[in-house]
Design a binder for this molecule. Structure first.
Ligand code: SF4
Length: 343
């Protein structure tokens, strides 16, 4: 148990398990950054729970020196919901991948997000099934050749953030596996958000889908390929020599080319606002694709509304006031019960 006077470090969150990801996997960077952020959150280590499904990223709970659950395929959000509903004081983190979270687990993901239960979801997106040796996943691009799509995938991919926003997500963000400082900021913001906070983490799988995110992982090309979102700031990207911005006309995004020294707002560049009540603006950002547009990185949406766990707690407290604390035994033996005759 952690006492309140001991300052924890990232080492306190490292387990003694051998890490079994392939050399160079983006998961290492995400793990290291999560372990760096945990001590800064100011809660005892035993109050953290990491819950995962199945897949490479789902080995995450083994490597965290916290409570954890390596559960069943796609069901981590359901387990996390149960944990948070029954123990609201715990900090519950789901770790999932594009296959686990958006294919077999898409249904659970949808309902967890719409309920707005106060948990964090880290969705590692490498656009491939890694653990089962490289089949195309729900986020793989059209035409991707894999062992299960030898002539190229003919599935239109799902965008994780557009999916989350469609389900009413109150906090959605996108991070890059190798940009540790930025990832740490987003992890802390996700933790502090009351409600379901989903971060899509662009993660490289060097074995089955190498360099899928190279344009935004590489610092040099990131300047033109990524749009870093900052609340209250214009949507700008590109180098000083070729500054560009994103404007919206009739809800449709356009790239605005700026003259040197030109005022971006006067030129029609939109100003980022995480707090629009309508998800329409965040959805428009989530649909920006390479190569026509830069890929937005950062917090797309952060709005507050009642959380499922708070509403549940309120209902239980009101029921106790009205009918007393009750007993599970009395409940099980009430109403229409019968006895099975073993003879
Ligand atoms: Fe990482 Fe890919 Fe190896 Fe899985 S298969 S551990 S995602 S590099």
């Amino acid at each position: 148990m952690t006492d309140q006077f001991t300052k924890l470090t990232s080492k306190d969150f490292m387990s003694d398990q051998d890490i079994r990801w392939c050399p160079g996997c983006g998961d290492y960077s995400v793990l290291a950054n999560v372990q760096r952020v945990m001590p800064e959150l100011g809660i005892p280590r035993e109050n953290f729970v990491f819950v995962s499904g199945i897949g490479c990223s789902s080995r995450f709970p083994y490597y965290m020196n916290t409570y954890g659950f390596h559960t069943i395929h796609g069901r981590a959000p359901a387990f996390a919901t149960g944990i948070k509903a029954s123990r609201p004081e715990l900090s519950v983190w789901v770790v999932t991948g594009d296959g686990d979270g958006l294919s077999i687990g898409g249904n659970h993901m949808l309902h967890t997000i719409r309920r707005n239960i106060d948990i964090q979801i880290l969705l590692f997106n490498n656009r491939v099934y890694g653990l089962t040796k490289g089949q195309y996943s729900p986020t793989s691009q059209l035409g991707m050749q894999t062992s299960s799509s030898p002539d190229g995938s003919i599935d239109h991919p799902v965008d994780p953030l557009a999916f989350a926003l469609g389900a009413g997500a109150t906090f959605v963000a996108r991070a890059i596996d190798v940009d540790g400082a930025h990832l740490q900021q987003l992890l802390e913001r996700a933790y502090r958000h009351p409600g379901t906070a989903l971060i899509e983490i662009l993660q490289n799988c060097p074995v089955y889908n190498d360099n899928e995110w190279l344009e935004v992982e590489d610092r040099k090309s990131r300047t033109d390929a990524a749009l870093v979102l900052e609340d209250g700031e214009p949507l700008l990207f590109g180098s000083e020599d070729r500054r560009r911005g994103i404007g919206f006309h009739g809800g449709i995004a356009t790239v605005v080319e700026l003259e040197k020294g030109e005022d971006p707002i006067a030129a029609g560049v939109a100003v980022h606002n995480e707090r629009y009540q309508t998800p329409a603006y965040a959805f428009a950002l989530a649909t920006l694709r390479r190569p026509e547009f830069p890929l937005p990185i950062g917090v797309f949406r952060a709005v507050e509304t009642a959380t499922y766990d708070a509403l549940l707690e309120g209902q239980v407290a009101a029921a106790v006031v009205k009918r007393g604390a009750g007993s599970l035994h009395d409940l099980l033996y009430s109403g229409d019960t019968w006895t099975v005759d073993p003879s």
